[in-house]
Design a protein around this ligand. Sequence first.
Ligand SMILES: [Zn+2]
Length: 115
Amino acid sequence: MKRGTIIDQYLITNFEIMNIPNTFELFGTTYNVVFDEHRCNKESAYGICDYEENTIYLTESYNTKVLPVESVENTFWHEVVHLIFKRVGLDDINDEKNVSVAGSALYQIVKTFKY
Ligand SMILES: [Zn+2]
């Protein structure tokens, strides 16, 4: 996963161990994952799922504080669930709790994969 902006060494180190892809496919469409601290902070969000741009935006810092890697990875899965719900017509404006539960569950599964 490539960051949009390199702020300092700590963030670079964080970035390198993050298990977040540059792109992924869902239902035959390719989605991008982009780090954009400015946009996320401007919209007061840890992550944004832009359905028109087929892009998930994430940030490694919020209000100038560096976020834990786990928080950023969890946000990625949260936004993926938003995307799944949207694409299958299950999206609901009051759905934040369900999205958070499903996103955290998916993240836990992926994080504990053993091969
Ligand atoms: Zn959400």
